[in-house]
Design a protein around this ligand. Structure first.
Ligand SMILES: *Cc1c(COP(=O)(O)O)cnc(C)c1O
Length: 270
């Protein structure tokens, strides 16, 4: 917590106010949905083709329950153990589902197979194979997205774009995985041109994959865009936007805590 970047981050006022009541959540969700609708209007898309995935990482159980009361039913978490813990303590909430959106190590695949309904960060055959085996044992299946590294940052997870085609063609063997599409994290920068380029790359890749798609696999979905950039993602074809801070409020830690590559302060290019 003592690095200069964290200090700088803590010194700046939060961009997103914390939601502490059901009313706060209704208001924040309303604002996000309006932003989604506005972005859709600019590119003549139907807002019903964009799914909002609220991201509840670091948010405690009490506030998650408030967001549930405001209508959230599928929640994204980037750490498996945190997601599993929340799943077990909130099992009383009907129709609440969990989407794991962060990198997965094979030794945690068993846990994901037990409780998650969606996994958005598939980027290795070993994880695919391990997940499939545990899912078969549980008699479950899982919606999955293949994560692509569209920003070229070495420390980001995800497959390099040129490896995606061959990877996707190996996935039909894993019958418990329902492949839905691609996922990416754009560059965490204020340079909207470079952010947009990440989203364009993911869409182009998806369109190319769709021309030669193996049986049993779907490639329609594009999960891209977060609180700071989801309008751009929608303009470029996002079908899922993963939004945390604009719904729950600013997190008590900078993004660099979650992704070692993230350093908005150094990437700032006015
Ligand atoms: C945290 C996170 C998000 C949401 O980011 P916000 O800035 O809170 O909207 C989206 N995707 C992934 C993979 C995340 O870890």
């Amino acid at each position: 917590m003592n690095d200069p970047q964290t200090k700088e981050w803590l010194a700046t006022p939060p961009r997103y106010p914390q939601a502490n009541t059901v009313e706060d959540f209704r208001r924040n969700l309303g604002v996000v949905k309006t932003r989604i609708a506005d972005a859709c209007r600019r590119v003549a898309r139907d807002p019903a083709t964009v799914r909002l995935l609220p991201v509840s990482k670091t948010v405690d159980e009490a506030r998650i329950r408030l967001s549930y009361a405001a209508g959230c039913r599928l929640l994204g978490e980037n750490k498996v153990q945190e997601a599993h813990r929340k799943w077990s303590t909130m099992a009383d909430l009907p129709d609440l589902h969990w989407s794991v959106i962060g990198h997965l190590q094979t030794n945690k695949a068993k846990l994901v197979a037990r409780f998650a309904t969606e996994f958005q960060a598939l980027d290795s055959l070993r994880v695919a194979e391990t997940l499939d085996r545990h899912l078969q044992a549980e008699g479950r299946s899982l919606d999955v997205f293949v994560q692509v590294n569209t920003s070229g940052e070495a420390s980001k997870y995800g497959l390099p774009p040129e490896d995606v085609q061959a990877f996707v063609h190996k996935l039909p063997t894993f019958s418990a995985l329902r492949v839905r599409g691609l996922m990416t994290l754009a560059l965490l920068a204020h340079d909207t041109l470079r952010v947009r380029a990440c989203f364009v790359l993911l869409r182009t890749l998806r369109d190319r994959l769709c021309q030669d798609i193996p049986a049993g696999i779907e490639m329609n979905e594009l999960s891209m865009g977060m609180s700071g950039d989801f309008e751009i993602a929608i303009e470029e074809g996002a079908t899922v936007v993963r939004v945390g801070q604009a719904i729950y409020g600013a997190r008590p830690l900078p993004d660099s805590h979650f992704w070692p590559a993230a350093s908005p302060s150094t990437e700032w290019k006015p």
